[in-house]
Each structure stands twice: as C-alpha cells, then as structure tokens.
Design a protein around this ligand. Sequence first.
Ligand code: FAD
Length: 308
Amino acid sequence: MLRQPILLLARSERVKQLVSILPVSSGIVTSYVPGETTQSAVDATAGLADAGLHATLDFLGEDTLDAEQADATVAAYTDLLSSLAARGLTRGAEVSVKLSAIGQALPDNGHKIALENARTICRAARNAGTSVTLDMEDHTTTDSTLAILRELRKDFPETGAVLQAYLHRTEADCRALAYEGSRVRLCKGAYNEPESVAWQDKLDVDLSYVRCLKVLMAGHGYPMIATHDPRMVEIASSLASRYGRVQGSYEFQMLYGIRPEEQRRLAAAGESVRVYVPYGHEWYGYLMRRLAERPQNLTFFARSLISK
Ligand code: FAD
C-alpha cells in the first residue's frame, strides 16, 4: 500500500532537498550505501572480496538534465575503474551504470550522448580488465536502453543488461537476450509503473519472475539472478539443476546491506554471488526505492530525520 506513494516521493525534488540534509553517515543511509567517495566504494569492494563475494559498483545519480553533470559521472566511473585496477580488484568487480545519469534524459540528443558516454565507460572498464552492466530504469527508457545495449555490444560484447520481471514485455525480452555471451540481470523492478505496462500484484510479478528465469536458465546466456526473495533463490537453484547448469554458469546478485548473511551462505555453498554497491552523494532516489520495498524501515528513516 505504501509502495506507490514512496515511489512518487522518490521523484520529488522538494522532498529530496529536505531529506538530503541527512549525512551519509546516518544509520538509514549507511545501511544501504557504504559512503560517498571512490575510496569508500573501493574499500567496500575489498571487504566483499575478502568474504568471497563479487561486486558491481554504481556511482549514484539519475535523471540528469545537465550535460556537465553527465560528464562528471563519466569521470567518476573512470576514476573508480582505475582505482579498482590499482587495488587489483577488477577480477571480481564490475560497474553498473544508469544511462539517465550520463545523459539519456537530456532534451537534445540524449540517446546519442548517453551512448557515447557509455562507450567511454565501457572502454575504461575494458582497459581495467572488467565490464559494465546497464541498469534498467522506468519503462519509458527501456527501448532506448536496449538499443544502446545492442550498439555497445558490437564493440563490447561483455556489456550486461537488466530486465525487470514486472513489465509485461520482459518474457519476450528475455527470449531475445538468451543467446551465448549475453549477460542478463533479472530483477523484479523498482519503479512506479502503470497497469498498462506492468503487473501490479506481487504474485503476478513473482510468477513473471519465474517464467523469465526459466527462459534465461534454459537459454545460452549468463543469467544474473538479482533478488533477495528466498523463494526465487530456491527456484533458481532447482532450475539450474533442471537445465544442467553448473555453478559459475550463472550468478546470484543482491544489494549491499540486504540479507548479507544469505549472500555469504550462497558463496560458501559454491555459488557466484555479486553484491551491488551504490556510492556517492546522490543517494536519495536509491534510498526511497529501498524504503518502498520495505516500508517497515520508515520508522528507522523518520528517527534518522528527527535526530538530525
Ligand atoms: P521482494 O519481494 O521485494 O523482497 C523479498 C525479500 O527480500 C523481502 O521479504 C525482504 O526479506 C528482503 N528485502 C527486499 N527489499 C529489502 C529492503 N529494501 N530492505 C531489507 N530487506 C529487503 N531494479 C530496477 O528496476 N532496475 C535495476 O537495474 C535493478 N538492479 C538491481 C540489481 C540488484 C543486484 C538487485 C538485487 C536488485 C536490483 N533492482 C533493480 C531492484 C529490484 O528490481 C527490486 O526492486 C528489489 O531487488 C526487491 O525485490 P526482491 O526480488 O528482492 O523481492
């Protein structure tokens, strides 16, 4: 019931300004974001590597309407990639990029600017010995994001995609992307979407997730199973057996700070596990989406604001 209103607030500039007075060190923020700096992201990656976990790092930011901001985001990624390489961490760490943070939403030539910026990040990732996954945002960007993915894969076939099970179109997108060499992260979807394009009931989203998972696990690509849902993890494991997939021919992914004990349990059982690590000062939209998934945390959030 609270999911929709919280997701609407996630896009409110006024509430963002109010909430952004919270320091990144406040409890609710640090439970999901390790810090604001490149150093904090690299340190978190090193900690995960020590625990046998891979990472994908997201420099927080989205929906930018400022070309200079988009350029600054590209620079943040190239800086991050060289810092990861310098610490010898790129074997187990890649980056996740939101195209709206690197220009996709710009009114003039946004698609083209985002493609060129993504190319720069892919080149830096290649030079550092790793890869990029393109995050998926709201449904108005899906076609543009998949078109950019196709372009990038001509030169950087290692580039990963994200598909969202709540969208009606996604089972077909999974079929189209289940080819050899294709890396696809399947998540449920985190945005406020209309009934015309997305399932609204949790049960329908879960059923779609399982159908999509079957397509990806039966296919020839590399499925990245992004969920904290214990039932989905269990179903993914039985599908791996059904389709004769060995450990390492797919991976589990979870968000930083969510079910860390389960991340370690899966890794100890021999599974590949990657943790999504967001960092930077633009944490507002990300935090609101996490609160929408778990409104129980609202009290914790309100307490952080009051004690500020
Ligand atoms: P849910 O049914 O929401 O949750 C299952 C269980 O997980 C809950 O019962 C609870 O125990 C635990 N849990 C879930 N959320 C929280 C939380 N916030 N705090 C504490 N516990 C929680 N979405 C996109 O739209 N685009 C993306 O590019 C994208 N990338 C992602 C990358 C990764 C690695 C992951 C894990 C998720 C990503 N998401 C993305 C978010 C995703 O779409 C879901 O919104 C989110 O993962 C919650 O769905 P769930 O599968 O965990 O299941």
